[in-house]
Design a protein around this ligand. Structure first.
Ligand code: PHB
Length: 377
């Protein structure tokens, strides 16, 4: 293959231009999206040797964003997702980061609190899951056990104002534990209908205190979390993920251009290194295709690294990087099925197809057994 792609062409491939993201010097622009795979060790939601192998195989990504990882027992919303609140979890993640580093890669941890997308069965002492407001999300479900499978989430309990510092503290501790576990940075999960997104978007936050009402108020908790996390990590190793038009988990915002345009400005003032935007989602999107006006507003407000996400092909990523619409892209499902995805993009090689039946839960099958390219491909 390589003879048909002369060096001059390869040098010009926008996907393979190096880029600096905060403190991270990345060799190219094909990054791994955060992907829930529901294979953490039991009991305790601890990363296993199989998880180590999965991330090791994908170390050729520009950098890896880990699967969503609960910062606290309260932050958990699904069976078998990993945590970053116990010593055993820190030790398990340390093996993952060591393996990725040994293979020449970089990995940041995604800090997660699910808020209302949980169930008493998954909460400490069978508690009711918490949220900005007592609003049950339309159509949202979670996986509580192999026996019960997917079940509807219930009406959550609205957090009292004096409980908010405790939420910020959960993220701060998660950030400290991520540092202990040897990560290269962190991404704050403020997308896809989980707790921070529940505060941001208008249909899930009807609070009348300082954390609801105006857009500024809805952004207050996420920005307090950014402050706590950057106190631990500094700005150059901290990023955030948002999904302005995503409908997954019953989400909607009345005016995403205004909401996320202002959020972008506020985030820019914090100095964090990157924003990853879910522009499109197989789990549901109110926009048809990419929401260009929202992307414009975020690009205008946030001047540091913009990471595009959502059903990207290599060629669309090339075009959008070249056109200045994003700086790099994260790939999800193609990265599941192709551990060596960047190499395949570089060589314009064929891709393995993903098997959606093994996305969530199970064993090695559909997890660490997707084939790599042969030298001759
Ligand atoms: C999921 O488990 O389906 C899931 C988790 C985190 C996300 C999106 C989906 O951000």
């Amino acid at each position: 293959m390589s003879s048909s792609h002369p060096e001059a062409n390869r040098m010009a491939d926008p996907l393979f231009e190096p880029i600096q993201v905060g403190d991270l010097s990345l060799p190219h622009r094909v990054a791994m999206a955060p992907l829930t795979r529901s294979r953490a060790g039991q009991p305790g939601d601890v990363p296993t040797d199989m998880n180590v192998e999965y991330y090791r195989q994908r170390a050729g990504a520009a950098f890896i964003i880990s699967e969503a990882t609960q910062v606290s027992p309260q932050g958990k919303g699904y069976a078998f997702t990993p945590g970053i609140h116990s010593q055993a979890q820190i030790d398990g993640w340390r093996k993952v980061t060591a393996a990725v580093h040994e293979a020449g890669g970089k990995i940041v941890l995604q800090l997660w609190h699910v808020g209302r997308i949980s169930r008493p069965e998954l909460q400490p002492d069978g508690a009711t899951p918490v949220a900005p407001s007592a609003i049950k999300p339309e159509g949202a479900q979670t996986y509580i056990s192999n026996e019960s499978g997917m079940v509807d989430v219930l009406e959550p309990r609205a957090l009292a104002t004096d409980e908010i510092p405790g939420i910020v503290e959960q993220f701060r501790r998660g950030a400290e534990n991520a540092l202990k576990a040897g990560f290269d940075g962190v991404e704050i999960h403020a997308a896809n209908g989980y707790l921070l997104d529940q505060f941001i978007r208008s249909n899930s936050n009807t609070r009348t205190d300082a954390y609801g009402g105006s857009v500024e108020n809805r952004l207050r908790l996420p920005l307090e979390v950014v402050k706590a996390v950057t106190d631990v990590w500094g700005t150059e190793r901290t990023g955030i993920r948002v999904s302005p038009t995503g409908s997954f988990n019953g989400m909607h915002d009345d005016d995403p251009v205004t909401t996320f345009g202002l959020f972008a400005e506020r985030l820019n003032e914090t100095g964090i290194a990157f924003i990853e935007v879910v522009e499109d989602s197989f789990q549901g999107n109110h926009a048809s295709g990419r929401p260009e006006p929202v992307i414009d507003a975020i690009r205008a407000g946030f001047t540091r690294t913009y990471i595009g996400n959502g059903a990207y092909t290599a060629d669309e990523a090339r075009e959008r990087i070249a056109a200045g619409r994003c700086d790099l892209a994260t790939f999800g499902r193609p990265m599941i099925a192709n551990p060596d995805l960047p190499e395949r993009f570089k060589r314009h090689a064929a891709l393995n197809e993903w098997d959606s039946s093994s996305f969530y839960g199970g064993d090695e099958h559909g997890y660490i057994d997707y084939p790599f390219l042969a030298e001759s491909d």
